[in-house]
Design a binder for this molecule. Structure first.
Ligand SMILES: *Cc1c(COP(=O)(O)O)cnc(C)c1O
Length: 463
């Protein structure tokens, strides 16, 4: 069929709209958007971008199918559910912490109802959105006061700006970190209107380095968690307790950016030792900041706890309005924090913690279950259970590898990279690790109720 001939037979937009199949689309979407999609499909046919014309199916149906593909794309949610087979529990690219299913009702209610966000029900007068989280944060951490802002980067900026604007902030040269490419301590200090005063060296900063660095213009000491690197060998870090002593002596606030900021000491569960938020406050930090969506397991937020006189300055600061959190954050953070009243409850119900605590035996058992479910793929791939290493991610436990278990897939007929690509592009993207020439699915970060989806996706790409 010549192209010219083909064009002559293109049905009109109206005809397509009025067909039974067209009406079905209109009932699902709307007249307006279906018309737009049909026009796009027709344009594609005219320009030759859409050429899959078979003689089997009427042209109008092929055009409607094409229009439906457009509509599908247009109305698909932008954030897609994904399966994290990487073993990295806090994966910023994959949305960091999964919220606890136990906060779901609270989230829905906050999102779809009017609420007392800034309303005092008792007196019928205006309330403060910050009151919802302060009490529980103080109770859990033992701090005098608390404030929650948009994220930890904002928390650090606010603390610096409120306590040290136009003055000097002292930081160790070993702690001038860059996190995720856009959070760099020197830049954040500058952006907060403060001047950076570096002390010590990359590998060693002694208490006397801080003492010598303090001058007329010093307004704060900042300690930063080295979130994504570890300095090994000949090192000396000045501890929070040592810094607190110096800060108290000089009447300066000690600000501690803890990054992930833990409320539970996970050393009890086989992980390495990291200071908790309570440890830092007890050691004398005046202001501690940390993220809501790292190991804590809540929504994106920057949590600030510490001395009332400093937090009060932050509450009054102009920036606080610009960095404020919304009702869904307040609702889900409060509900997540409530789970921390009982440590066992928190471990059992908060996904980030739940993924960090299982024993190697439990992980092996889980991996065997997944392997068993994949036994139908024996002809298409070699499937095994192996030892592997997971990471906490999100700046907690830098450099630490936690022993874990994975199901590996060595496909026949396609390369390992091709398999990884196809799994990533499936209807539910599955992200794998490639190690030792095989695709690895680390079962630490895959929940049992996701196994059937993993199996389905693998069947799709291997069969
Ligand atoms: C992750 C991290 C931040 C940034 O926190 P966000 O919540 O992502 O803004 C700041 N400081 C440290 C030490 C971190 O680990």
């Amino acid at each position: 069929m010549s192209q010219k001939h083909q064009f002559a037979k293109i049905p009109s937009v109206n005809l397509l709209l009025q067909s039974e199949e067209g009406q079905l689309l209109v009932s699902k979407y709307s007249h307006e958007v279906v018309t737009g999609a049909i026009r796009l499909a027709i344009d594609e046919l005219r320009t030759g971008d859409f050429t899959k014309i078979s003689d089997e199916e009427p042209l109008y149906l092929q055009l409607l199918d094409r229009a439906e593909v457009f509509l599908h794309g247009k109305f698909a949610p932008s954030l897609k559910r994904m399966i994290n087979g990487t073993g990295t529990v806090i994966h910023t690219n994959l949305g960091r912490a999964k919220l606890s299913p136990y906060v779901q009702d609270v989230l829905t209610e906050a999102a779809f109802s009017f609420s007392n966000l800034e309303y005092d029900i008792e007196t019928g007068s205006r309330g403060s959105r910050y009151d919802h989280l302060e009490e529980i944060l103080c109770e859990l951490t033992g701090a005098e006061a608390a404030l929650v802002v948009n994220n930890n980067a904002a928390a650090v900026m606010l603390a610096l700006s409120a306590l040290a604007k136009e003055k000097e902030v002292i930081v160790s040269r070993g702690e001038l970190v860059e996190i995720g490419g856009s959070f760099r301590i020197p830049e954040i200090i500058e952006l907060s209107g403060c001047r950076l005063r570096e002390v010590g060296t990359t590998n060693k900063t002694h208490p006397h380095d801080y003492e010598h660095g303090i001058g007329e213009d010093t307004a704060a000491i900042l300690k930063v968690h080295a979130s994504n690197y570890k300095i090994l060998g000949f090192t000396r870090e000045t501890t929070v307790a040592e810094l607190a002593e110096i800060a108290a002596c000089e009447k300066l606030p000690l600000i501690h950016d803890m990054g992930s900021g833990m409320l539970i000491d996970l050393a009890k569960y086989g992980l390495g030792h990291e200071m908790t938020v309570m440890d830092s406050l007890a050691a004398g930090a005046d202001v501690v900041t940390f993220s809501g969506d790292k190991v804590l397991g809540g929504p994106q937020a920057g949590i600030i706890v510490g001395k009332k006189k400093y937090i009060d300055l932050m509450k009054k600061h102009q920036l606080t309005r610009a960095l404020r959190v919304d009702k869904m954050t307040i609702a889900t953070l409060a509900a997540t924090l409530q789970l921390y009243y009982d440590e066992q409850e928190a471990i059992a119900k908060i996904p980030t913690l739940k993924m960090l605590v299982p024993s190697l035996d439990e992980l092996e058992q889980k991996a065997c279950e997944l392997k068993e479910m994949l036994s139908g793929l024996g002809e298409q791939a070699v499937i095994e259970v192996v030892d592997t290493y997971s990471q906490v991610g999100g700046g907690a436990y830098p450099g630490e590898e936690i022993a874990s278990k994975a199901v590996t897939i060595l496909p026949h007929g396609v390369s390992v990279n091709q398999l990884a690509d196809r799994l990533r592009q499936g209807s539910v993207p599955v992200i794998v690790k490639i190690r030792d020439g095989r695709c690895e699915l680390d079962v630490r970060t895959i929940e049992r109720d996701e196994f059937s989806v993993v199996v389905e996706m693998l069947m799709d790409v291997l069969r």
